[in-house]
Design a protein around this ligand. Structure first.
Ligand code: SF4
Length: 291
């Protein structure tokens, strides 16, 4: 195992760039298409397809700088993986739902499909950085290109796409990549520190509020784990698979996530951290984390 990515930095940068939300190129699709339920994350209820009352005529958020104070924490956590600008500028070629209302419902219907495809592109890109998964590299790359081709379908074809079946196929590949990388991490760890059993909690493990301060979770399987408000201060999360894990209010201060597998920006945005949290270089330190 090495910390060097298996694919070129240019390839990674280009892919990651197109999978970052560019709200200035989007017609506020997440602020219209998605439903909200009043909760700690959203101050109000909102139906799918109805614009948030804070959305301005220019598709910008009128309370962008005060979202957390006004009870819209969910908006600071959400990440569309660039699906919004892809639909706005590519699929609909710059037509927006206000000026082309005949497309509005269709846009809102296909937005979650594009979101899922972009999320898969993010994970496939990350899987291609795992050198220990080189034996399935060609298959991962083929899956990435197939997923990319789906994102270029027209809206009607997108709406008919069996995205659940595609997700299942890609997820099987991602799991395989994760197994290879985590096994390699544990093998190397054992060779330097003596035998250590790999930590496995199984998919969807209930670790809400768990006391895992300074825990050695290197190479652990925390796929889909509920880590809400867990104490992971100074934990070692290198080569830990966190795909789909719920990190709302998880305390990551001082934790090492430099090579965490399948980490997303939305997970970091939902968690608590500070300047001592060690992140992969391509991830952003959330603005609300304490210094
Ligand atoms: S509060 Fe702002 S970011 Fe959140 S949904 Fe409304 S317009 Fe969008």
């Amino acid at each position: 195992m090495a910390d060097q990515p298996y694919v070129s930095e240019t390839f990674l940068d280009a892919n990651r760039q197109q999978l970052r939300a560019k709200c200035e190129d989007c017609f506020g699709l997440c602020c219209v298409a998605l439903p909200f339920a009043a909760s700690v994350d959203f101050a109000v209820d909102k139906q799918a397809g109805s614009p948030c009352s804070n959305l301005q005529p220019d598709f910008r958020c009128g309370v962008h700088t005060r979202l957390r104070q006004l009870g819209f924490r969910g908006c600071t956590v959400y990440d569309c993986f660039g699906a919004g600008q892809k639909l706005s500028q590519h699929t609909y070629a710059g037509r927006d739902w206000r000026h082309a209302p005949q497309y509005a419902q269709q846009m809102f219907d296909v937005f979650p499909i594009m979101w899922q495809l972009h999320e898969l592109l993010w994970y496939l890109t990350e899987a291609l950085t795992l050198q220990a998964a080189h034996s399935i590299h060609a298959t991962l790359r083929a899956a990435l290109y197939e997923t990319e081709s789906f994102t270029n379908l027209d809206a009607e074809a997108l709406g008919k796409l069996n995205v659940a079946a595609h997700r299942a196929n890609v997820n099987a590949l991602l799991l395989q990549a994760s197994e290879l990388a985590r096994a390699d991490a544990v093998r190397l760890n054992n060779s330097t520190k003596g035998h250590r059993k790999r930590t496995s909690y199984g998919r969807g493990a209930d670790l809400i509020g768990a006391k895992l301060h300074k825990a050695d979770l290197k190479g652990a399987n925390l796929r889909g784990a509920y880590l809400i408000a867990a104490d992971l201060r100074e934990a070692d999360l290198r080569w830990t698979d966190l795909i789909g894990a719920d990190l709302r209010d998880t305390d990551l201060r001082g934790a090492n996530l430099t090579t965490t597998i399948f980490l997303s920006q939305a997970q970091l945005n939902a968690a608590k951290g500070d300047a001592s949290t060690q992140l992969p270089p391509h991830m952003n330190r959330p603005a609300h984390w304490t210094a």
